[in-house]
Design a protein around this ligand. Structure first.
Ligand code: OGA
Ligand code: MN
Length: 202
């Protein structure tokens, strides 16, 4: 079955890292699309919190983001279609009742980071599974920018943002942070949601 390692990992330990989830060709097209949006000035500093309480706080996170919508670019539509297949498989195999997948491009310029946090908001428990796809094809250890997972036993795991790798984890269960990056760090960060986003709060 496609996605079977992801399903097994999530069921057994709540997180999964798939290296080369996407081909280098598709990954490069997604990276190009992220760069194109950045050049156009579409990427904006990401906020912290939700709805009207959302504020930009560079002390907490320094990435610039732009949300994906259907119909913007062929390669993005293909990614959304693939993630919808994954959503349906998760529902079938793990009975999660996921209704939606939302995602945005994120670009961390040199010096940017994201302090330790959970992806589930205090006032909204609809984000169920986080899924981060990395888009950096020539990443070096000296570039930093690792995603650090914090586990309940006190251990940590640092994951470099390598092109084509997909990291998934239960949004409520794993505190994580992005360590300071020393090169532009591109990703496509998304969430499978139990309920659709509240349009009024966006
Ligand atoms: C986030 C996040 C992780 C990453 O956007 O919430 O934690 O590796 N991103 O980009
Ligand atoms: Mn996060």
């Amino acid at each position: 079955m496609p996605f079977s390692t992801i399903i097994d990992d999530l069921a057994e330990r709540g997180w999964s890292l798939q290296s080369s989830f996407l081909s280098s060709d598709v990954t490069r097209k997604l990276a190009d699309e992220c760069r194109r949006r950045d050049t156009e000035g579409a990427l904006a500093p990401a906020g912290v919190g939700r709805g009207e309480e959302q504020t930009v706080r560079e002390g907490i996170r320094g990435d610039h983001i732009h949300w994906l919508e259907a119909g913007q670019a062929e390669v993005c539509d293909a990614y959304l279609a693939l993630m919808d297949e994954l959503r349906q498989t998760l529902n079938r195999e793990l009975f999660l009742g996921l209704e939606e997948f939302e995602c945005h491009f994120a670009l961390y310029p040199p010096g940017a980071f994201y302090q330790t946090h959970l992806d589930r908001f205090r006032d909204d428990d609809s984000r169920c599974i986080s899924a981060v796809l990395y888009l950096n094809s020539h990443w070096q250890p000296s570039d930093g920018g690792e995603l650090r997972m914090h586990f309940s036993d006190g251990s940590q795991l640092d994951i470099p943002p390598l092109a084509g790798d997909l990291l998934m984890f239960l949004s409520a269960d794993f505190p994580h942070e992005v360590l300071v990056t020393h090169a532009d760090r591109l990703s496509l960060t998304g969430w499978f949601r139990r309920r659709p986003a509240d349009v009024l709060a966006l």
